[in-house]
Write a protein that binds this ligand. Structure first.
Ligand code: SIN
Length: 286
């Protein structure tokens, strides 16, 4: 169906659209309907030249659902709903510098994340996205059927917990806290029936998926690595170059993302709000 009140342009054949002709502070009801449709159909929507205050950023996120405050990230002063994604000139590591989807370690993983650019390096600092509908659809039918019968274990402790990777990185101290809240591992279907689109999407990711249910880590590794290589094929991805006022809103159940760390010596500051989701159903559910 054509869009009538906003312009929607594919960023690449495989992932993401840029939506123009809309001011997120003052959308009409019809524009809002079309923005929602663009999100559900494409997995990630990008907007340019939106100058939102923190309050307007929160108001936009709340249109999608309740906010799921990230328990590990440092928040913006005075705005606990907004997580700070910051890299300072003297820091070498960044936040989100590997393929992942946010909050898959939760029983009810976040539906999406609204990322707003506040300060950008002169060059670099792009974010890459990969489309998990496309990744699933391009697998061979036999592997699709096998994966549809599996669940996978996801967790946060190896990253955010008391013995997680961030503990050995001195740059992490200013970024993350609450290691005691890393919590128990959780189970999700490996192929979900997307709650909004009804489509099948691959739901494992390199950061938080630990193994398949009833499979050891060692037995799971070759198949997971195959899926990770497959899912990041260029045909399923896009790359977003930020400008001041750019916003990305991605679907955590249908995409992965990766923050490129190629701007050492410069600051990059982004504000992220995560929107709450729901328990995920297997693709075999109708
Ligand atoms: C994130 O992984 O949530 C941050 C992505 C980015 O900073 O581009």
């Amino acid at each position: 169906m054509a869009y009538e009140t906003v312009k929607v342009r594919k960023v690449t054949g495989g992932c993401g659209v840029e939506v123009t002709g809309v001011d997120l502070k003052s959308m009409s009801n019809r524009q809002w309907d079309e923005v929602q449709r663009a999100f559900v159909e494409n997995g990630v929507v990008f907007f340019r030249d939106q100058s939102l205050t923190p309050e307007e950023h929160i108001a936009f996120a709340r249109r999608w659902g309740p906010i799921d405050v990230n328990r590990f990230f440092s928040a913006v002063a005075g705005h606990p709903e907004i997580a700070e994604v910051r890299k300072e000139p003297e820091q070498k590591t960044n936040i989100g510098g590997g393929w992942h989807t946010d909050h898959s370690y939760d029983i009810e993983p976040a539906m999406g994340s609204v990322l707003l650019a506040r300060e950008l390096p002169d060059e670099g600092g792009d974010t890459l996205f990969a489309n998990m509908y496309r990744a699933f659809e391009a697998l061979s039918p036999g592997l699709q059927r096998t994966l549809e019968g599996l669940r996978a274990v996801h967790g946060a402790a190896h990253i955010f917990g008391p013995k997680g990777v961030h503990k050995s990185n001195p740059e992490s101290a200013s970024r993350y806290g609450n290691d005691h809240l890393a919590g128990d591992d959780v189970l999700h279907p490996v192929v979900i029936r997307h709650p909004l689109s009804g489509r099948k999407a691959l739901y494992v990711n390199p950061a938080f998926t630990l193994r398949f249910e009833d499979w050891s880590v060692e037995d799971s590794k070759p198949l997971l690595e195959h899926l990770y290589r497959h899912a990041t094929r260029p045909e399923f991805t896009c790359r977003f170059n930020w400008q001041p006022g750019s916003i990305a809103f991605w679907d955590n159940r249908a995409t992965w993302h990766y923050a490129a760390n190629d701007y050492h010596g410069e600051r990059r500051l982004m504000h992220r709000i995560t929107v709450a989701g729901c328990p995920l159903q297997p693709a075999t559910a109708h």
